[in-house]
Write a protein that binds this ligand. Structure first.
Ligand code: HEC
Ligand code: HEC
Ligand code: HEC
Ligand code: HEC
Ligand code: HEC
Ligand code: HEC
Length: 426
């Protein structure tokens, strides 16, 4: 009797173990993103032919050792380190040096405690690893070791005291920078929601369901529930991340190319909104100030309390190169509807904060209102306009008569036509 049933039981136990192993592996990936990061493939461009030009110290160069096929995992003794000539070894060392997994020769501690290697959710004033990489890429003469050896500015001096790195270590950091630049910034995210995990859990969930309903190999039902629950959580988290990336909805607060803070400017330094946003002449693109507006002050203010010189330098670089700063637009109505700021701010006497919230409290600007049609209409129905005192409204003769003769007590935006389709739609 017993012997007859044993093959089936045996098989199901094996499957159970496989399932448990798969779950453990996936959870391992989930909670140890650094493991996944450490085994990344070497991108293209690493270990290619030596490129001429833009060398920092073009001394003696031995073409034989440069061109020869070096064993990829051996450190190579070189006294010149050129941009663009990185080996697999350089990348691995650079990544570990930056992440603090190995120390620099001088004993300097790691860089990633300040220079984040992932995209943080909150305001982080220090340049991220990617920020550093971008500046390095755009400026041929840029040398990390020289910047650290001769720091300029209060923050640079304070934060990099005695952080001397060698040319070889710099070369390795550069390999890492180049690697970072080839990554999609969206993928460099602390929560390892990536395709592998997404599909991995998808398949696991499908298997669990299949077994639960059809094959019934595993008797231990709690395992099915566990897998499906974990899978749903991962998929939910994934959906949320995706929705945020898509959404021009309330709460949308994208990263900007410069860490510009309304809290510092409009709040702490009390700069008037209209100094930068020329509200009365708002057109679709004229809403965001140009470099010149920034430079009115930042020709003098060269260093910020939080970010040092790094962020403000971007304004100067942009002005020099003529390449405008590419601010990410946050508020945007669909094309079929139109909105005029001057109508609301001048005629309607609405405050910026009525629609944009407490902007002067925000480091990272965030869309507060839903910008839906219902939102517009609700305010139009509820808001009394300062009808008699505002000469703009003199043309509404019928409403003046109604008011005078007591047919109405007050005038709302809706009564002025703010509910008519054509005023908002083309
Ligand atoms: C020193 C210049 C400056 C001042 C002062 C300033 N802003 Fe801005 N504002 C900017 C810049 C630059 C951006 C684009 C970057 C960003 O979104 O953070 C911006 C963006 C915005 C946006 C989002 C635009 C979009 O893309 O949809 C709103 C809304 C806004 N500001 C409102 C205000 C309000 C309200 C005040 C006053 C309390 C104010 N700003 C004061 C410079 C300024
Ligand atoms: C009316 C003057 C003025 C204008 C215009 C102005 N800023 Fe500033 N900005 C300041 C002041 C003051 C500080 C604070 C400096 C400090 O932290 O001591 C500052 C700080 C900063 C900082 C660093 C914040 C920190 O604490 O590290 C950045 C970045 C910055 N501004 C970007 C911009 C950009 C971009 C623009 C143009 C859209 C701009 N500023 C326009 C006056 C101005
Ligand atoms: C205590 C925090 C901290 C640590 C640790 C740190 N940095 Fe920085 N680093 C900063 C800050 C803040 C800035 C911006 C300062 C400024 O621009 O005034 C900066 C700027 C830099 C810059 C200059 C960017 C530019 O273009 O001006 C480089 C290069 C740099 N860091 C490299 C490194 C390296 C390499 C390490 C590791 C050996 C490191 N940093 C460790 C905080 C830190
Ligand atoms: C009645 C609501 C309302 C008020 C009041 C208001 N805004 Fe806006 N704001 C909007 C809407 C809606 C948009 C999106 C417009 C679009 O997409 O055409 C917007 C967009 C913006 C933008 C993005 C750039 C642009 O040109 O569209 C900036 C900057 C801005 N507002 C700043 C301000 C400032 C500064 C004030 C105060 C002087 C202010 N707003 C007052 C509703 C308002
Ligand atoms: C915070 C309140 C508020 C919100 C939100 C608001 N409005 Fe208004 N709106 C007013 C007021 C007050 C007036 C009256 C001023 C006037 O008629 O000139 C007005 C007037 C208008 C007018 C002119 C009406 C006319 O008869 O000429 C248009 C068009 C308009 N709003 C469009 C919009 C759109 C589109 C939105 C949403 C994206 C919106 N408004 C959101 C307060 C608001
Ligand atoms: C106060 C301004 C305002 C008035 C008045 C108004 N709308 Fe809208 N309407 C909007 C805005 C803003 C949107 C876009 C909101 C969104 O996409 O969520 C919109 C969206 C719509 C849409 C949806 C379009 C789409 O792409 O999904 C339709 C349909 C529409 N309006 C029809 C009307 C009709 C019909 C009237 C007259 C009874 C009217 N609206 C009056 C502001 C207005």
């Amino acid at each position: 009797m017993q012997q007859n049933t044993s093959p089936a039981v045996h098989f199901s136990r094996k499957t159970t173990i496989l399932f448990i192993l798969a779950v453990i592996c996936t959870i391992g990936f989930l909670f140890f993103p650094s493991y996944a990061q450490d085994t990344l493939a070497v991108p293209e461009g690493v270990h290619q032919e030596a490129q001429p030009a833009d060398t920092l110290d073009a001394e003696t160069e031995d073409p034989v050792t440069e061109q020869a096929d070096e064993p990829e995992d051996e450190p190579v003794a070189r006294d010149t380190f050129e941009r663009g000539n990185y080996s697999r070894h350089d990348l691995r060392r650079g990544q570990r040096l930056f992440g603090g997994m190995v120390a620099f020769g001088s004993g300097t501690h790691d860089c990633s405690s300040c220079h984040y290697t992932s995209v943080p959710d909150t305001m982080n004033w220090n340049p991220s690893a990617r920020d550093l990489a971008l500046v390095w890429q755009e400026n041929p003469g840029y040398s990390i070791s020289q910047l650290l050896a001769n720091p300029v500015g209060r923050r640079m001096i304070a934060d990099h005291a005695d952080m001397i790195i060698t040319r070889e270590e710099e070369h390795q950091l550069e390999a890492y920078f180049e690697y970072l630049l080839e990554q999609d910034p969206g993928r460099i995210h602390p929560f390892p929601v990536n395709a592998f995990i997404f599909w991995g859990f998808g398949i696991l969930m499908a298997l669990a369901l299949l077994d639960l309903i059809v094959t019934r190999k595993i008797r231990f039902r709690a395992l099915h529930a566990l897998i499906i629950l974990a899978g749903l959580m991962v998929h939910l988290r994934y959906a949320m991340t995706e929705a945020q990336a898509l959404g021009r909805t309330a709460g949308y607060a994208p990263d900007q190319p410069i860490k510009f803070s309304h809290r510092i400017h409009a709040g702490e330094n009390q700069i008037d909104c209209s100094y930068c946003h020329h509200v009365s002449s708002f057109s679709l693109s004229a809403g965001i100030p140009s470099n010149n507006t920034c430079l009115n002050c930042h020709n003098v203010v060269r260093e910020g309390t939080h970010s040092g010189r790094f962020e403000i330098n971007k304004i100067h670089r942009s002005a020099e190169s003529g390449q405008p700063v590419e601010w990410v637009r946050i508020h945007r109505l669909p094309d079929h509807s139109k909105f005029s700021h001057s109508q609301h701010v001048n005629a309607g006497q609405q405050q910026c904060s009525d629609c944009h919230g407490e902007v002067e409290q925000m480091h990272i600007l965030r869309q507060e209102a839903p910008l839906s049609m219902g939102w517009c209409l609700t305010c139009h129905r509820d808001t009394q306009v300062n009808f008699l005192a505002n000469p703009y409204f003199e043309m509404y003769e019928q409403l003046h008569r109604d008011l005078r003769e007591g047919r109405i007590d007050y005038v709302t935006a809706a009564r002025l036509g703010g509910e008519d389709c054509y005023v908002c739609h083309h």
